[in-house]
Design a protein around this ligand. Structure first.
Ligand code: BJW
Ligand code: ZN
Length: 238
């Protein structure tokens, strides 16, 4: 096991993925029971899919909104919120479920948007709306009448620029980088652990299984994150 000593000044950056919310009942994308095993990503999570069939895409997101509304943060989420009260932590997530924020994490860098965010496919109109189900699919933009769409990042779309910039900077400057519950195959998020490694950080991974980033990690801690992360934090907190 990597011998790592955290002090109150240790700068930690964390990248989370769907695995961190698995114990809360939120399906992952690529593993067993994952969304992309049952549905085709290209038919649901691309701008082209939305242009072709906005109702189908909205139905998929309404299903997800309903599912996540019934889920609560687990011990992995609360551990990361606790960690940020003890250390300078930058929490970067690929998740759109809002469970880090529900667990008390603030200033979360949400790389792929938010399931409850809605934006216009044409103008700059943008709102946060937790109502479910939405009265009309697709909802019309109250400003210009075009279709509203989920404020998430689909394949082929750019990530929010400032969020990505801040994530890149935090990865490059941290002392310890934790990769939690992500297959680390989706770019550009998957670069962040390598940016951290290049900056000299200690790289630790928490996952059920080794991933493409494991060869770069100082240690991969295998097991469910809602168990391994609290145990690691209890053993290492300053
Ligand atoms: C547990 C656990 C437990 C389970 N405990 N662990 C080559 C180079 C660069 C880019 C590309 C490239 N080839 C293709 C691309 C583009 C593409 C990409 O990366 N594709 C790859 C799949 C190959 N990337 C993009 O298109 C991105 N944009 C882009 O590149 O833009 C360029 C551009 C620039 C300028 C102008 C215009 C364009 C955008 C990517 C957006 C991804 N969107 C999604 C959907 C979001 C909305 C929604 O939720 O519907 O984001 S896809 C999906 O994957 C979602 C996730 O955030 C993301 C990552 O998935 P994640 O979190 O890793 O989940 P899984 O399921 O893959 O893994 C779960 C892990 O948890 C597993 O390892 C399990 O073992 C583990 N686990 N239970 C611990 N209990
Ligand atoms: Zn509009």
């Amino acid at each position: 096991m990597t011998d790592i000593a955290l002090t109150p000044g240790t700068r930690v950056a964390v990248l989370t993925g769907a695995g961190v919310s698995a114990a809360s009942g939120v399906p992952t994308f690529r593993g067993e029971g994952g969304l992309w095993r049952e549905y085709r990503a290209t038919e649901l999570a691309t701008p082209g899919a939305f242009a072709r069939d906005p109702v189908l895409v909205w139905e998929f997101y309404e299903y997800r909104r309903g599912l996540v509304a019934g889920c609560s943060p687990n011990a992995a989420h609360t551990t990361l919120a606790d960690m940020a009260r003890a250390l300078p932590v930058t929490l970067i997530t690929q998740n759109v479920d809002g469970l880090h924020q529900a667990a008390g994490s603030t200033d979360v860098l949400a790389l792929h948007g938010n399931l409850y965010g809605i934006k216009c496919s044409r103008c700059s109109y943008r709102i946060y709306d937790r109502s479910h189900p939405l009265p009309q699919l697709p909802p019309p933009c109250p400003r210009c009448g075009a279709h509203l769409r989920p404020d998430v990042v689909w394949f082929g779309e750019a990530l929010p620029q400032t969020v990505l910039h801040n994530a890149w900077q935090a990865a490059g400057e941290c002392d310890v980088f934790l990769v939690v519950g992500t297959s680390a195959v989706v770019q550009p998020a998957a670069q962040l652990p390598l940016v951290a490694k290049g900056g000299g950080a200690t790289l630790l991974e928490f996952n059920l299984e080794p991933t493409s980033v494991s060869p770069w990690c100082d240690e991969t801690i295998l097991g469910p994150a809602h168990e391994t992360l609290p145990a690691w934090w209890a053993a290492h907190r300053p």
